[in-house]
Design a protein around this ligand. Sequence first.
Ligand SMILES: Nc1ncnc2c1ncn2[C@@H]1O[C@H](COP(=O)(O)OP(=O)(O)OP(=O)(O)O)[C@@H](O)[C@H]1O
Ligand SMILES: [Mg+2]
Length: 436
Amino acid sequence: MTSDPVVLALRAAIAANDSAELRAALGEHLLGSGAPREALDELEAGLRLAPGSGPLLDGAARAAEAAGDPGRAAAYRLAAKALAGPLSPATPLSTPSPAVRVPDARGDVDEEDEDEDDDETPSRGERLAGGPNLRLLSSDGEPIEDDAPPSVAFADVGGMDELKARLERSFLGPLRDPETYRRFGKKIGGGMVLYGPPGCGKTFLARALAGEIGARFTEVGLSQVLDMWFGESERRLHELFENARRRAPTVLFFDEVDALGQRRSQLRGTAGRNLVNQLLSEMDGFASRNEGVFFLAATNHPWDLDPALRRPGRFDRLAFVPPPDAEARQRILELKLGERPVAGGTDLARVARMTDGFSGADLSALVEAATELAIEATRKRKAEQPIDDALLARAAKDVKPSTRAWFEVARNHAIYANEGGAYDDLLEHLEAIKLA
Ligand SMILES: Nc1ncnc2c1ncn2[C@@H]1O[C@H](COP(=O)(O)OP(=O)(O)OP(=O)(O)O)[C@@H](O)[C@H]1O
Ligand SMILES: [Mg+2]
């Protein structure tokens, strides 16, 4: 039992009225008094009350370091950085807004002000989707795609007409006009998984949907957001859903959902299993609690998703996102060439026809290769050589389409796991490319 009067006073205050500020003060004091373990406990308790708080994350990083837990320290630093970064949401996804009451460990509802980290800088989320809740983070926690166009809409997505029509029916219609759907007794909500080979526009399409519906879209960067919180993941997931329920009608987009929704039988640790269970229970009963909440997900391997996630009301529909067709390839080439010098009369439609089986990522590589050739020629001649047909054709020879390997793996799943015709559109494509 300590006799430090500051500690005693702060503990008494916490007992009377717990808050993130008090926990931060106590944590910092304990850290300063050479008790990093206890400090970390307090700071983590504070983070449970205000998960997005920069000072608490920073304090927790220092305390973990001092307590000899560099892994945890790094995770907190990463979290602090991610939340402070230029792409961070103005209101972090995780920070419960005053309207959301998060039960504390005793099951009580906390009345405290949740320490809104009010950051005025416009977030990537606001720029992209007009909403405060979007977070774009790569698997290593770094903000991603800073160079992507600030806002994309369906018009930017080349080809994919059928898919766009499907998204229109499933998401855009009900979001724009929920009343008509209700009048016809149609429930608003439900889920869909976009799947297909890497680099073929799943994320891009989902963000285009975001561009169409603005603030009604929340992207969840799961892998990092969820595992750096040491047991807090389930709670954060719950908050995410609570936020969505409050804002309904709305779309929650789980990119790379396999990071979260893997088959429980494949997960070794209990942490992952708990998370899948939490996700299942949040998605459950969508008829009532989740009315107006749509679930969209993207993955390269839908067959690895926990089967329970595919039940009605959850991610019950699968939509195949094929490699870009010629029209989409031309659009991608235009996008990737952007502002670079391109010779007049360059026939991108022709390049698009030559690149069957290329993914968006392959086309990006092609443009990079052509650009390098143009730079080389420019430097050699000391006169500008813009990117032209000949350079693009040369580059196209060096880049190999990457989607085939995925189809070879997908083939077995499509044939042997096609219950209820779930993979029919994939099978159709496999036939078209002579793999089935
Ligand atoms: N139909 C399309 N129209 C315009 N651009 C596209 C299209 N498909 C893909 N792209 C381009 O290709 C890039 C890669 O696509 P994206 O990142 O969406 O692929 P993905 O399917 O999510 O891949 P992964 O499975 O690796 O996450 C996009 O940034 C976009 O520029
Ligand atoms: Mg993606």
